[in-house]
Structure formats: structure tokens, C-alpha cells
Design a protein around this ligand. Sequence first.
Ligand code: TRP
Ligand code: SF4
Length: 328
Amino acid sequence: MAKKRVLSGMRPTGRLHLGNLHGALANWIKIQDQYDCFFFIADWHALTSDYEETGAIQDYVRDMMVDWLSAGLSPEKSTLFVQSKIKEHAELFLILAMITPVPWLERNPTYKDQIVQLSNKDLSTFGFLGYPVLQAADIIMYKADSVPVGVDQVPHIEITREIARRFNYLYKKKVFPEPEPILTESSKILGLDRRKMSKSYNNAIYLAESPKEISSKASRMITDPQRMKKTDPGDPDVCNVFEFHKLYSDIEMVTEINEQCRIAKIGCVECKKKMSENLVKALEPIREKRDYYESQPEMVEDIIRTGTTKADKVAKQTMEEVRAVMKI
Ligand code: TRP
Ligand code: SF4
């Protein structure tokens, strides 16, 4: 039986951090063998909110591809590509825009939420309202069965399903399947300040970080907020450092810290030091791969080109079908 097709994308907003790695990316890496995967960098989507400052986007695209490859996305297993290199996305977006009722977009909860969250930007544009239409084009272009996304993106998948259904109904042929969302569990680790790890909060640890930066950032992490002095017992269950230990330390160390913290036998300084040593070790292979890809920019270009060629074939085929059923 043919493998099911999975598709997902990320906007190129800068270097990836551990929150991204343990959220979406780890999941993508895991499912590469089971599914026919298409993963792409949504650089046109970056324009919807960052249309005033576009100068860094292409650097971010390359950085993101390097981070993906270093973390373990494989160009042999998955089709890795860049949205703006496949102009069919724009054509399908235009066609879908013709059949999408504006109220579907106006009542999109993600849209309403973002307008409030990003109040420093003028998002009263046609393109920003139409964001889910472009996303729908990305998805149904490849006739994806499933789309792994975070919970904030579920309304966009719902709109995609509605648009696919409407297209099939209007042109009397089931050209597009209705894709299912696969919910990506969000990462349990938090930023240095215990808020959600995010570039904009300035509390992130990046994949590309040096060992020195990692240990300096680890030493600044907020631990159990109730624990003031080393002699106070701590509670690992509310401590972000402990969440990191669970990911990066072996089971013996996790068990030991879990016991010793509660009876104040280990202090946070020592605990963080142990954690950051293990984190540095765990990120070492990623760092080595990064250095390798950084030194081989033609190779990264080549990987993008190969993936884009594969995706382009599928996109061209879909657009022929679309034009045929619409008789245009
Ligand atoms: N909107 C997604 C996000 O911000 C990115 C994205 C664009 C996407 N096109 C997509 C995700 C298609 C899945 C499928 O995270
Ligand atoms: Fe957290 Fe470790 Fe400090 Fe306990 S000892 S509160 S687990 S940092």
C-alpha cells in the first residue's frame, strides 16, 4: 500500500530553538519513515506579517534549512522545499481566493488572535486576511492526507477542508482530499524565564548555540520559584531545569536529582551545571552537522533544488487537473 502523504511548513522567522526542536521538528523527524513527507519553508507566508522588512527572509530560509538538516530531517526520506520557488502556489492561491467566502476568513480565531497579539504591525491587509487561503493552497496542492501542526493552526486546517470541499463541489470532481490535522504535542520545556520559549521573549536556547553560551544560559534559568536558599527543599515537578534533565540526562541522574532536590541535598547551581553538560553533549552532533553544512553552501543549495524539483512535479500535475476541471 502506498504511504500516506504528510505535509507541513514553517515560516522562516530565524534560527530554531529547543522549543521548536522538541515541538514540531522532533515530530517531523520521527514520522519521516512512516509517511511520504513533504516539508517546506513558507517564505511567502512570512510576508503576510513582515512585508515592511523583507531583507532578512532569504537568509532565514537558508538558516532554517541548515537547522532542519542538522537536526535530522533527511532529504533522502522527505521532500524538502521552499514555497516561493514553486509559483504554482500563487496560482492555486488565486483560484482558491475566488471561491472562498470572506466570512470564513473573518471568523478565523487565529486571525482575530494575531491581530491583537501583533498590534505593533499594521495587519489590516488583504494578504493577512487571506493567509489561510495560501495555506490551503500549500496543503491541497500535494493532496496531503495529514498535516502535523500545533493547536493554533487547527482552524487553518479546518478552513482548508472547507475550501477543498467547496472546490470539489463547484467543479463536480473530487480533485482534492480533505486533509486531517495531526496535533503536535507542544514541548514541555520552557524558556529561561519560565515563559513559553520564544524568540520574541528573548528567553530561548538555540540549536546553533556554543557550549559556552549554553552553560551561561543554563545558569540563568529560573528553577523552582519557591526555593530561595540551597537549604530549602525544592520541587522538581515545577522546575524547568528538571524538564531539561528529563530530556537530556540519563535515568539514574534524573532519579537522583528527583530525590536529592526534595531533601535539599543538591543545590540548583550544581544541578544546572550537570544539566548543561548533558545538553551540550546532546547538541554536539547537531552542531557538527551544522558546521558541515555551513561550510558547504552549494550542498544546501543543491538539497533545496532537488526537493523543489520533486515538489514542482506534483504541483504542475495538480494545476493541470485544476485547470482541466475548471476549463481554464
Ligand atoms: N501557518 C503555519 C505556521 O505558522 C505555517 C504554514 C504555512 C503551514 N503553510 C502551511 C503549516 C501548510 C502546515 C501546512 O506555523
Ligand atoms: Fe530544579 Fe535542580 Fe534546583 Fe531542584 S535542584 S529546584 S530540580 S534546578
